[in-house]
Design a protein around this ligand. Structure first.
Ligand code: TMP
Ligand code: ASP
Length: 256
């Protein structure tokens, strides 16, 4: 069997050449990193969960008309995607203060923000992905004003839709990060949602208990990352709960 050509390896994913021109295979690894990979661990099973969760969310977003790079899931760890030219900007949407904004502006974690706030970070590991403004993005030519408007409009649609979707399963969407790419077809170019949306790239808190169900469990050494990701998948209806039950008697099934 011939080896596939590896196009790119990131911290949590690998991109391979796809079966047809214009396609790639996105492979989800089990590696968890934080603080620009200064902290690193392999958490067996994380990649499988992120592949499923990201597939689910990208499909739902496509259904409401958000263009994405996703074509189909291939197996437990891989999905077929459209090849795009990644815009080197991380678009972060925040609803509740947590993480870097809480630190930067001295806000108490958990404070509702006056409105959803969009931030941009320049994708550059050597610089620890610095926050940048629209001025930097246009001056350095990373994206033009029209592309920025398009990314912001899509990011807000994603936020509205995913906030509701997660709320329906008892999860608060605190914040998340998106990446976009340029897809070229004939003479046309369009901006599409790329990369992944998973508990690696979102903050997800249980509505009732505020329990963290995302990568902060790893960043903050809280443990139980896999159980948290499994819980997110279970609530979304992706994963059947097939863990052994503790009792052999009848199980109480909540209707909520
Ligand atoms: P932050 O509070 O650390 O700036 O993170 C904001 C959101 O972006 C949070 O949901 C985690 C996500 N994120 C990534 O997906 N990748 C990153 O490299 C960073 C720093 C944050
Ligand atoms: N993904 C980044 C890293 O690997 C940062 C983070 O998610 O906290 O360092």
């Amino acid at each position: 069997m011939s080896r596939r050509r590896r196009i790119y390896e990131g911290k949590a994913k690998i991109l391979y050449e796809g079966p047809e021109p214009g396609t790639l295979i996105q492979h989800f690894k089990d590696d968890a990193t934080a603080f620009n990979a200064k902290k690193h661990e392999v958490i067996e099973g994380k990649g499988v969960l992120n592949n499923r969760i990201s597939e689910f969310l990208f499909k739902r977003l496509a259904e409401i008309g958000v263009p994405t790079h996703f074509i189909r899931r291939l197996n437990m760890r891989e999905q077929l995607i459209r090849e795009v030219e990644i815009i080197p900007i991380e678009v972060v949407v925040r609803n509740i203060a947590a993480g870097s904004i809480a630190k930067r502006l001295g806000l108490e974690e958990g404070t509702a923000l006056p409105r959803s706030i969009i931030e941009f970070y320049y994708k550059a590991d050597a610089l620890d992905d610095p926050m940048v403004s629209e001025e930097h993005i246009t001056a350095f030519g990373w994206a033009n004003p029209q592309e920025i408007d398009e990314m912001m409009a899509l990011a807000l649609r994603v936020n509205d839709y995913l906030s509701g979707l997660f709320y329906g399963v008892g999860i608060r969407l605190v914040d998340f990060k998106l990446e976009f790419g340029r897809q070229f077809e004939n003479d046309m170019m369009r901006i599409v949602l790329a990369d992944e949306i998973s508990p690696d790239s979102c903050r997800l808190w249980d509505i009732k208990t505020d329990e963290k169900l995302d990568k902060d469990r790893f960043r903050q050494d809280l443990g139980g990352l896999l159980d948290a990701y499994r819980e997110v998948a279970r609530r979304l209806g992706i994963l059947m709960d097939n863990r052994p039950t503790k009792t052999s008697g009848p199980r109480l099934v909540s209707s909520k």
